[in-house]
Design a binder for this molecule. Structure first.
Ligand code: FAD
Length: 410
């Protein structure tokens, strides 16, 4: 009984008010009326909504779907960027795209044309609204707000427990994840957390160059960690400035300092904020969590360990899951992570963990000595072995060799 009290308090704090809580119960009850679905999504963030959207645009479009999230998804909690030279399912909601990026290191800075790549940006809120509006209009798809307590195999397939009630499905896709309490096995794998804090600001006079996005700007004290900013400029007077660090920090102080000294902007107002935490880990996240339960998104290891990018990987994974359902009758026949790129990620994480402040020199060498297409293919895990060798040869060898020797136990 004692342990239930803090749990109820936490729920009430999460739901903000009694009215919210009643509305929450009502929505969950509506979802409960139907007790069995073809697919249930535990978590309706990027991965849950992406996979549901891919299903809804496939021959499986008429299957019954329940998407449960504890959050109403009515805030712009994050902004996704990705580079691509191919169309995506979500091009209609790309808010901005750039054909040039800026790299700024300590002793090296360059504006880089992206060739046939584009760096695209989608606001979280636009994504949630777009998917929920289009899919919410379909009679076979139900959205519910509720806290998923647990997911388990059952006689009918799998069962999801929401507010003490079980709902069953042929397949459950689970994307619940708590980055702050994520502890894999530190002895066996490198694991860091990537902290984001972003301010969208409006300036009193022209301050930004809207034709280029700043991908990486390392001009901030590294303090034994990896710290950088990126700038997504929407107009001459409006931009999202994001601070990214591998250690918890005084994010607001760092942002204030960078805007003032790095960008030379004195007069501005903050119009929106965002933030969150990602795992950066070479841990092999299990995909199969039960006979009929599959982990997706961050929980399914879809964040690129050494960079934190996930948007396109999640789209590719969603397409592969749908294909597996269509051809194999189950979702698990998806490509395994590349062993070669996992090794690169592990070495990079090792360097980041032990010498985080030297990542800037590594990225400077990467951008200085390689054509951008080679860099992007490497980060997308698409480069050939020969291309990888050329790229790795351009990096300071000592750090990687040390990391490799450590991995091999020398
Ligand atoms: C601030 C920020 C910026 C990022 N920027 C980029 C970027 O520019 N490019 C890029 O490629 N990647 C980026 N990422 C990384 C990655 O794309 C995101 O973290 C992405 O949202 C991961 O998708 P997901 O579905 O796994 O997690 P989420 O989108 O977080 O979705 C998980 C969902 O599960 C819900 N949930 C959790 N527990 C429960 C529960 N018990 N019951 C019900 N619901 C639950 C949550 O409310 C959430 O909606 C960023 C991450 C952050 C935090």
């Amino acid at each position: 009984m004692r342990s239930a009290v803090p749990c109820v308090r936490t729920r009430l704090r999460e739901l903000r008010s009694v009215a919210d809580y009643e509305q929450h119960l009502m929505r969950v009850n509506i979802a409960m009326k139907m007790k069995h679905y073809d697919f249930i999504f535990a978590g309706g963030g990027l991965a849950g909504l992406s996979l549901a959207y891919h299903l809804a645009h496939s021959p499986l479009r008429d299957r019954s779907i329940l998407i449960v999230d504890r959050d109403p998804k009515d805030r712009n909690d994050r902004t996704w960027c990705f580079w691509t030279r191919r169309p995506t399912l979500f091009d209609a909601i790309v808010q901005r795209e750039w054909s040039q990026i800026d790299f700024v290191g300590e002793g090296f800075a360059r504006r880089i044309g992206l060739g046939d790549y584009r760096y695209k940006m989608i606001r979280g809120l636009d994504f949630y609204r777009h998917v929920r509006q289009e899919m919410g209009a379909r009679p076979n798809i139900v959205f519910a707000q509720g806290h998923v307590e647990r997911v388990e195999d059952s006689a009918e397939g799998a069962q999801v427990w929401i507010a003490g009630e079980p709902v069953s499905a042929a397949w459950v896709f689970d994307s619940r994840f708590d980055a702050k309490n994520f502890v894999p096995n530190p002895a066996r794998c490198r694991c860091l957390t990537q902290h984001f804090k972003g301010w969208e600001i409006e300036t009193a006079s022209d301050a930004f160059e809207p034709t280029a996005a700043t991908l990486l700007d390392f001009r901030t004290p590294q303090k034994n960690a990896t710290r950088f900013f990126y700038v997504l400029s929407f107009s001459r007077r409006r931009a999202l400035i994001e601070y990214v660090t591998t250690r918890a920090d005084r994010y607001d102080d760092a942002l204030e300092e960078y805007i003032k000294k790095g960008l030379g902007i004195g007069d501005y107002k903050i119009v929106a904020t965002e933030g969150g935490v990602n795992p950066m880990s070479a841990y092999v996240f299990p995909r199969r969590a039960g006979a009929r339960i599959m982990n997706i998104g961050t929980r399914g290891g879809q964040i690129k360990p050494s960079t934190g990018y996930a948007f396109l990987r999640i789209q590719q994974d969603s397409a592969a899951i749908v294909q597996s359902l269509l051809t194999r009758g189950h979702p698990f026949d998806v490509p395994a992570p590349s062993r070669r790129y996992r090794l690169y990620d592990t070495l990079m994480l090792d360097v980041m963990q032990r010498h985080g402040d030297q990542i800037e020199s590594l990225f400077s060498a990467l951008f200085k000595s390689n054509p951008i297409a080679r860099v992007l293919r490497f980060l997308d895990e698409e480069g050939t072995l020969a291309e990888n060798a050329q790229l790795i040869a351009s990096l300071p060898p000592q750090l990687f060799l040390q990391a490799l020797f450590r991995k091999r136990g020398f």
